[in-house]
Design a protein around this ligand. Structure first.
Ligand SMILES: NC(=O)c1ccc[n+]([C@@H]2O[C@H](COP(=O)([O-])OP(=O)(O)OC[C@H]3O[C@@H](n4cnc5c(N)ncnc54)[C@H](O)[C@@H]3O)[C@@H](O)[C@H]2O)c1
Length: 379
């Protein structure tokens, strides 16, 4: 039996992945500090941990003793523990760097210096945010060159010029599926720390002959996403407002797009990255390849609650947000032999069914936005 350590295994993706791996006969150990921002102030070890005979280590990814204990006799590490709020990362820089970059360094340092070399494969949950805007083309120019524009500046956003422009003719660009080989242009501190994690892991694993896989996840949604965290997870944030009959404020002109992937497809992509005989040893996008506007997803979500959409397009914006991004999933299909299975309607229905079984949380969106405004990170 293979022993898997999932850091951050009590979180949204980690809990789905743990259940999936246990059902396939893996022995799973979790290292998670049950961060109050995600799990609430009086967080307890989840009940499913006992039900699944999972070994739970309550500890921090930056604490050497916690990480050392958690790594004992582990064959495969899936590294999910992280701070995940894009906006929050822009003013809590030290915390994001400590947990995401330094936490990864601690993990690798201990693996490098262990007497018994048990770890054979390390997988990382990275993020599509490392691309920044990702790939576009210009439908106006005769030469349809692939372009990866820079992130939009505060001035451009203040002028409501939402769409990235062609570097040749100045027209609005059309988004393309972004490939793993496209330019990396992190637009947030969060994205910069995810990119640091990628480098640390790929350089370390290549030098040590350890297999690795870096999965760049698009926007993950689904059952179990924290309903307490106002800093990330647009559908969770909106679900609380819909249940409270509050309007859904949408940034920019509402036509910004994301590639929404259901959490079960993400868990199955990690499973595929474990079970491939040869370690992937590369970066793989994990998304559906489909673009959905934020306005559209807000409408579909409200409808799934059986309510009438109450949407306000605010024209506000956050520094560090991208306009469009969707994954080219050729490598997911070819390297991991996986194709996402859950379409948005079906995924939203399961999500809404789950949300309705949960306590109604406080709506903290205004609090989170006011923090950004106070730091001049939102206009
Ligand atoms: N959810 C998404 O849309 C998305 C998209 C791209 C990438 N990712 C990445 O996937 C991973 C998991 O994300 P998630 O959505 O499940 O987030 P989550 O916040 O639900 O889970 C993260 C888990 O890590 C734990 N954690 C936080 N700080 C820790 C620390 N210092 N020590 C130990 N544990 C700690 C938290 O308690 C939580 O249980 C993250 O690395 C994130 O960057 C997520």
């Amino acid at each position: 039996m293979q022993h898997v350590l999932i850091t951050g295994g009590a979180g949204f993706i980690g809990s789905h992945l743990t259940k999936e791996l246990c059902s396939k006969g893996y022995s799973v150990r979790i290292l998670d500090n049950l961060s109050p921002q995600i799990h609430g102030d009086s967080a307890q070890i989840p009940e499913w941990v006992d039900d699944l005979s999972v070994e739970f280590h309550r500890g921090c990814i930056t604490n050497r003793a916690d990480v050392k204990n958690a790594l004992e006799d582990i064959d495969i590490v899936i590294h999910l523990a992280a701070e995940t709020g894009t906006g929050q990362s822009m003013y809590e820089i030290q915390k994001y760097n400590d947990v995401n970059s330094q936490g990864t360094a601690v993990l690798l340092d201990i693996i490098a210096n262990k007497e018994t070399k048990s770890v054979k494969r390390i997988l990382l949950a990275s993020s599509r945010s490392v691309y920044g805007e990702g790939a576009y083309t210009c439908s106006n120019c005769a030469d349809k060159t692939r372009q990866c524009p820079d992130s939009r500046t505060a001035q451009v956003l203040a002028e409501e010029k939402w769409d990235p422009l062609c570097s040749i003719c100045g027209s609005s660009l059309t988004p393309l599926p972004t490939k793993e080989t496209d330019s990396i242009k992190p637009a947030s501190i969060y994205a910069a720390t995810k990119f640091a994690q990628e480098h640390l892991i790929s350089v370390f694993c290549e030098s040590q002959g350890i297999g690795f896989g870096i999965l760049r996840l698009q926007n993950v949604y689904g059952e179990g996403q924290s309903l307490n965290n106002p800093y990330t997870g647009i559908l969770s944030i909106f679900s609380t407002r819909i249940r409270r009959d509050l309007n859904l404020p949408i940034f920019e002109d509402g036509n910004e797009t994301r590639d929404f992937i259901h959490v079960s497809d993400v868990a199955n992509s990690f499973l595929a990255a474990i079970t491939t005989h040869n370690s992937p040893n590369c970066i793989v996008n994990v998304g559906t390849g489909q673009l959905t506007t934020v306005k559209e997803v807000a409408t579909k979500l409200t409808t799934a609650f059986g309510k009438t959409p109450n949407i306000t397009v605010t024209g506000e914006y956050r520094i560090g947000d991208i306009r469009h991004n969707r994954a080219d999933i050729t490598l997911l299909k070819d390297k991991l032999n996986y194709t996402p299975k859950v379409d948005l309607e079906k995924g939203l229905k399961s999500f809404v069914d789950w949300v309705q079984s949960q306590d109604l949380p406080e709506d903290l969106l205004d609090k989170a936005n006011n923090e950004l405004k106070a730091k001049n990170l939102m206009g």
